[in-house]
Design a protein around this ligand. Sequence first.
Ligand code: URA
Length: 203
Amino acid sequence: PQKAVAAMAQQAPSSLEALNALIAASPAFVAGGTRAVLGEGPLHPRLALVGEQPGDQEDEEGRPFVGPAGQLLMKAMAEAGLSREAVYLTNAVKHFKFVPRGTRRLHQKPTASEVKHYRWWLEKELDFVRPRLVVALGGTAALALTGKALAVTRERGPRQLGAHAGYLTVHPSYLLRLPEESARNAAYAAFVGDLAAAKALAE
Ligand code: URA
């Protein structure tokens, strides 16, 4: 299988399906991940949203943004006038990186070099998907798209992200982690505002 994977990698995939088959057949570059969670959504959408990596539930179900962060993202998208079906959803890293802790699987942030391993796939994917605007959800997505570490809270907003017209905002799990309710509500409202602004830019 290693040989087969290497041979496939040398052939530039000619469609999103071919790329996805290649990703699904390749070993994870991060510890843990049991399967690749592929991007999902229409070709040539107004928006593509790029997250960090699948979490526990995404790994179980094999679909992006179905766990707690995904549910919060769907709520915020709905408030911004966006439906799940209208946007393309994917991740910078295609496997769930975790360490086992008892019966739980604890999410581990991917390193910069792990993110770089996955960049080729993400760029190919976006070449096929061709969104009008790419929304980076958090620093890992921004790193994957630009090759550079960006300070999300200072640099959020519309900006070029590598080859893409883009918009940088926070990751929804950042909102889930804010301990203080009024700060969390304000950050959530700003996130909804970012999604609405990105939608308007892509119209
Ligand atoms: N967080 C992400 O970045 N991506 C997912 O798919 C789920 C949670």
